[in-house]
Design a binder for this molecule. Structure first.
Ligand code: BZD
Length: 819
């Protein structure tokens, strides 16, 4: 149990009184009328009072100490439920359970009332959440800046196997108990209008933005509670409200109603999270979200900096701004605009400050995910910012000309402005030119960023491009979600491992201990039972926990190759029915995945898996050996049940496409063995656990590139491999869609005639063979247990505490400050 945290301040009687007070005065309930939900809300509010006090104390202390801070700017923070996690960080879990018990309430039931704040799509948003947890746990001064979406990522259900989306009103009608409104931090944000030149009082030619309208940014703070310490950092989420009179031009023209109308539209800016991951849609409202986020956040950073009595010249010494992918890139011209037009610094001084303040993390090489914005759109919405971007590019192009004189090809390639019938602004190029550090998120990915994405930038700015391998927080992803394993770890290595994950290496020496193996596997079995119970209760499917639990949970994307997994399932189905000599250990294949609403093939893959599941789960000929479960509405709170219950973790992206992956790390920590390609962080996981303790298959990055260059022909594999042929051909029949043949054919068509862009067929045979190896090895439970224990023991590198220390030491130059 943490001792140094907020436990010591806890007064049970006072806490119970606070809960009672909120029950009656905030939620208008009495002990008689209160529902479980009202008790959860009242408890949440009472806890938030404790954390808010510490948040304000932390803010004050950091300002007084003039501590250097990081500002983590992200359009997404996929934090998941806060209550249970914050209770653990505060060291109050047992105390509060006891207090609630005395009021006749069961804490576990209360925690189930919390809706997931799903303010992110997938890995990128979840990474931001783990990073905030690790910043607070290690007391590196930080503020997280995001958006207060009214609707988070859509809720998913299946209707006849097809994904149906519904809005996610995560705050409910009562509001979220942990959020604290900070009215004093409101910001005004300008949009549209034009730029004008004027001469200032000193006779200097200046430029300024004359906005067409303004909106209001309101700050909500969520507390990020430091594990086992007193610090609480804000995750500051901006909500857009329209502020009358809004459309200044129209208002002045007497168009009163029209002006109000624009304001109604502006109220939509933070309505909903865009549901695409790794795909750029280029919608104007998305640009407005991005600018709104950046304008509020940059203004707030400058406000804090000045309120602490610092001069603008010292900005880069005291503040650093980390851009989580290119989504907040517009913060760069926004800071430049303020330094130039409001502080009246010259270009060189402004540029020096700005380019020493920003750093950028790249999360993808996929061309369709690299953001570009049309010049015309930026020009219209943010005219002064467009001017500044042109000026940055103009000066940068001079540097390129000096380095590669007369080389127009390299200029075309590096330019921030992409020429063409519609000129586009390349946000990644703008980032590389305008920041002091650029990092990829796993060793392999960062090498590819240097080698394939930005080779010339790497020459031009030696040392700017670096790596910080991702990590995940062991507090949520072991301690909180896997109490059985946590108790076992604490017994063997002491209980300070959640803040010092290096300690779990101490488990290594128990890997061959038969008694420990038994207990470790007993915990796994309990976790499998917990998942099986959830599935039975929510989906009505009965599962055998002696089966291998094989799990793929992540966004649905072709490059992640859920359809490779599906083809393997079809191959097993085919063999079970047609090959009397074929034997396999019973297996349950779990999927959890949301598809972007506009991504047709991804939705077809969901439909196909659901249809195959329907048939397979009810086919007596299979003797219960094969089950397929597609968990609907996959989200953080379900991930917390799934990761601890896995025997096998599917990490099967085409080599070179998954920047890092973070689910891979969560699985391995919880004792699942990985079947994976040499992609992203899988490569480094293999280094840590050793080749015997991970199942690697498939083409390597260079083999993928070579095969594509030589001309990849999916039909070659189809004709050469009868099992693959059988699996693919099943998709054309009505085997899984009785009476409707061809309903699943789009996948087969994409793979055979669509060129199989992610080389599913090329990796199929090795994937099947590697699964056979898994089947054989699982039957030897001692060897399996040994490998699973070693996976837990050897994952300490992948704590997000280590990632944050890497950022702090190598990029941000930050020191911890304790409260
Ligand atoms: O970021 C993911 C990568 O695909 C993973 O490999 C990596 O582990 C994580 C964390 O670094 N990228 C995303 O999740 N990207 C998005 O969600 C996204 C969202 C909006 C627009 C573009 C991409």
């Amino acid at each position: 149990m943490p001792k140094n945290g907020q436990t010591q301040q806890f007064n049970k009687a006072a806490f119970k009184a606070a809960v009672e007070k909120h029950l009656t005065t905030t939620y208008a309930a009495t002990d008689d009328t209160a529902t479980t939900r009202s008790w959860y809300l009242a408890m949440g509010k009472a806890l938030a009072e404790i954390s808010t006090g510490n948040l304000l104390a932390t803010e004050k202390n950091l300002a007084e100490q003039k501590a250097r801070s990081v500002n983590y700017l992200s359009l997404e923070f996929l934090i998941g439920r806060l209550t249970g996690n914050n209770l653990i960080s505060m060291g109050l879990y047992e105390n509060v359970a006891e207090a609630m018990e005395e009021m006749g309430q069961n804490l576990t039931d209360l925690l189930e009332e919390e809706r997931d704040p799903a303010l992110g799509n997938g890995g990128l948003g979840r990474l931001a959440a783990c990073f905030m947890d690790s910043l607070a746990a290690q007391e590196y001064p930080a503020v997280g800046y995001g958006l207060h979406y009214e609707y988070g990522l859509f809720r998913q259900s299946f209707v006849d196997g097809r994904q149906v989306e519904a809005p996610d009103a995560w705050r409910g009608i009562e509001g979220y108990p942990w959020e604290v409104l900070r009215p004093e931090l409101a910001q005004e944000v300008s949009l549209y209008g034009h730029v004008e030149a004027y001469t200032d009082e000193n006779g200097v030619e200046c430029r300024r933005w004359v906005p067409g309208m303004t909106v209001e940014g309101v700050a909500w703070d969520l507390p990020i509670v430091g594990y086992d310490n007193k610090s609480v950092y804000p995750l500051r989420l901006w909500e857009c409200r329209s502020n009358a009179p809004f459309n200044l031009a129209r208002f002045n023209d007497g168009d009163y109603v029209g002006a109000q109308y624009s304001a109604l539209e502006a109220g939509n800016v933070t309505k909903v999270l865009y549901p695409n991951d790794n795909h750029d849609q280029g919608k104007a409202l998305r640009l407005m979200q991005q600018y709104f986020h950046c304008a509020c956040s940059v203004a707030d950073i400058l406000r804090r900096h000045e309120a602490a009595g610092n001069t603008i010249e010292s900005l880069a010494e005291l503040e650093t701004i980390q851009l989580n992918d290119t989504h907040p890139t517009i913060a760069i011209p926004e800071l430049m605009r303020i330094l130039l037009d409001e502080y009246k610094l010259g270009w060189d001084k402004a540029w020096e400050i700005s380019s020493k303040t920003f750093a950028y993390t790249n999360h993808t090489l996929l061309p369709e995910a690299l953001e570009t914005w049309s010049e015309a759109l930026i020009q219209q919405m943010l005219p002064r910012h467009m001017e500044i971007i042109f000026e940055i590019n103009h000066r940068f192009m001079k540097l390129v000309e000096q380095t590669w004189p007369g080389n127009n090809e390299v200029k075309r390639k590096l330019s921030i402005i992409q020429e063409g019938p519609h000129r586009m602004v390349r946000m990644a190029n703008l980032c590389v030119v305008s920041t002091y550090a650029v990092n990829g998120v796993a060793a392999l990915h960062s090498e590819l960023v240097k080698r394939d994405l930005f080779p010339e930038f790497n020459e031009l700015f030696p040392g700017r491009l670096t790596n910080v391998t991702n990590g995940v927080t062991p507090r949520r992803w072991i301690k909180y979600c896997n109490p059985g394993l946590s108790a076992l770890i604490s017994e063997k290595v002491g209980n300070d491992w959640p803040a010092n994950l290096e300690k779990i290496a101490g488990l290594e020496k128990f890997a061959d201990d038969a008694a420990f193996q038994k207990r470790y596997m007993a915990v796994k079995k309990e976790n499998k039972q917990r998942l099986a119970d959830w599935v039975e209760e929510n989906m009505g499917i009965e599962l055998d926990t002696d089966a291998i639990f094989d799990i793929q949970i992540k966004r649905l994307h072709e490059y992640k190759r859920q359809h490779l997994n599906l083809l393997h399932i079809l191959a097993l189905y085919h063999r079970l029915l047609n090959d009397p000599t074929f034997d396999m250990h019973p297996r349950v294949f779990f999927f959890g995945a949301k598809a972007a609403p506009g991504y047709a093939l991804a939705k077809d893959i969901i439909f196909a898996i659901n249809k195959v599941a329907e048939k397979v789960n009810n086919d007596p000929r299979l003797g219960g050996k094969l089950k397929v479960v597609f968990i609907p509405d996959y989200r953080v709170s379900l991930a917390e049940i799934l990761f601890p219950a896995a025997d096998v973790s599917e990490q099967i992206s085409t080599a070179g496409k998954e920047a890092s992956g973070t689910g891979n790390m969560k699985f391995a920590m919880n004792g699942a063995l990985t079947i994976g390609t040499m992609d992203g962080a899988n490569v480094e996981m293999r280094e840590e656990v050793g080749d015997e303790n991970i199942f690697i298959f498939g083409l390597l990055v260079d083999e993928v590139q070579k095969l594509k260059e030589e001309g990849y022909d999916p039909y070659r594999y189809y004709h050469a491999d009868s099992l693959l042929r059988a699996a693919l051909d099943l998709l054309e029949t009505d085997e899984f869609t009785p009476g409707n043949p061809g309903q699943l054919a789009a996948i087969r068509h994409n793979l055979l005639d669509g060129g199989d862009p992610y080389l599913v067929l090329a990796d199929f045979a090795d994937y099947v063979k590697t699964h056979e190896k898994i089947d054989a090895e699982y039957r030897d439970q001692k060897t399996w247990a040994r490998k699973a224990i070693l996976n837990t023991a050897l994952m300490s590198k992948f704590s997000s505490d280590r990632s944050i220390r890497d950022y702090a030491n190598n990029i941000w130059k930050l020191e911890p400050v304790s409260l």
